[in-house]
Design a protein around this ligand. Structure first.
Ligand code: NAD
Ligand code: LMR
Length: 339
């Protein structure tokens, strides 16, 4: 027991040293929807991150309990629970990052767009509070349908006069995580060493893995690609079916959400070449105001949009097929706020 504990401490100390070599280790991070299936494990992962000094847990239910529980973990982040709409602005005040997994998940047979009716209003209200209380915070939206909720948040920030397109992100990291995992499985590689950009949006055919840009380079025959690409596009549905009514991906999403938030913090601390794909305001594809591509992150959010890169003919077809659906989902989000 004693030696296990020593090993754990050594591990943590190594991490702390690793992260303390640059200036800032005191990020304030809020999770909105912190009591949910994603919110709880995401908050756990953020509590373990030595770059976080304050972790604010906001939800309409149960945050006092979740906060009390997490606050006993022996890491520096101070945990505070905020329960109910009235606490929202207080929860976000002064935050560097707000991560939003608030809202309902899919049940079998539903599309992500079917969640719009409930989640659009939730994201609008959270974005309104964030725009007022922490307009400079990076606002990271997990709530579905991401293809519409990101335009919703942007319109809210515009209406509040604090819009900065470099700070509003649709978190599509789980698509990259899945693509890395599935490709590694097929090629017998270590998934932690595989990097597949996934562009477009975050729903069905709008999810576009760029296998031709994989690192390391991988080759697949047409028949394998014809199974691999739909598997990545439908991976969320794979989990929804397997959970059989009990929700959608939570643990892998918590991992992906923490990875994205930690990448933002690393970039804000001044680390160079931090690249993540995310669904953001973009002029990369003609006729679309939002699109996911690899982004170089910096102190103020998006530092550079790396664009689509060189696509194969097959990948270009996938982009072309995604455009009408993305256009519709974006307009639906914009209209929700403005009409
Ligand atoms: P969940 O039902 O387990 O948790 C949602 C939480 O949101 C609950 O605790 C609920 O109380 C809270 N909530 C509801 N309204 C709120 C409000 N107004 N303010 C604050 N909190 C509120 O759901 P989940 O499984 O955690 O999924 C959450 C969302 O994330 C869903 O919309 C789901 O589709 C989405 N999701 C996205 C991705 C992605 O890749 N972007 C992946 C998985 C899930
Ligand atoms: C996912 O990709 O797992 C999420 O978008 C949740 C869902 O509804 O599939």
């Amino acid at each position: 027991m004693h030696s296990t504990r020593r090993i754990l401490c050594q591990g943590l100390n190594r991490n702390l040293r690793q992260f303390s070599c640059t200036s800032k280790n005191n990020f304030k991070v809020a999770v909105a929807g912190a009591s949910g299936g994603i919110g709880q494990p995401l908050s756990l992962l953020l509590k373990q991150c030595p770059m976080v000094s304050e972790l604010r847990l906001y939800d309409i239910v149960n945050t006092p309990g979740v906060a009390a529980d997490l606050s006993h973990i022996e890491t520096p982040a101070k945990v505070e629970g905020y329960e109910g709409n009235d606490c929202m602005e207080e929860a976000f005040k002064g935050c560097d990052i707000i991560v939003v997994p608030a809202g309902v998940p899919r049940k079998p047979g539903m599309t992500r767009d079917d969640l719009f009716a409930t989640n659009a209003g939730i994201v609008r209200d959270i974005a309104t509070a964030a725009a007022k209380a922490a307009p400079k915070a990076h606002f990271c939206i997990i709530s579905n349908p991401v293809n519409s909720t990101v335009p919703i948040a942007s319109e809210v920030y515009k209406a509040c006069g604090v819009y900065d397109p470099c700070r509003i992100f649709g978190v599509s990291t789980l698509d990259i995580v899945r693509a890395n995992t599935f490709v590694a499985e097929l090629k017998g590689l270590n998934p932690m060493e595989v990097c597949i950009p996934v562009i477009g949006g975050h729903a069905g055919i709008t999810i576009i893995p760029l296998i031709s840009q994989a690192k390391p380079k991988v080759d697949f025959d047409e028949a394998t690609l014809a199974k691999l690409i739909p598997r990545i596009q439908d991976a969320g549905t794979e989990v929804v079916k397997a959970k059989a009514g009990a929700g959608s991906a939570t643990l892998s999403m918590a991992y992906a959400g923490a990875r994205f938030a930690i990448s933002l913090m690393r970039a804000m601390k001044g680390e160079k070449d931090v690249v993540e794909c995310a669904y953001v305001a973009s002029d990369c594809v003609k006729g679309l105001d939002y699109f996911s591509t690899p982004l170089v992150l910096g102190k103020n959010g998006i530092e550079q949009n790396l664009g689509l890169g060189k696509l194969t003919a097959g990948e270009q077809k996938l982009v072309d097929a995604a455009i009408p659906e993305l256009k519709k989902s974006i307009q639906k989000g914009v209209d929700f706020v403005n009409k």
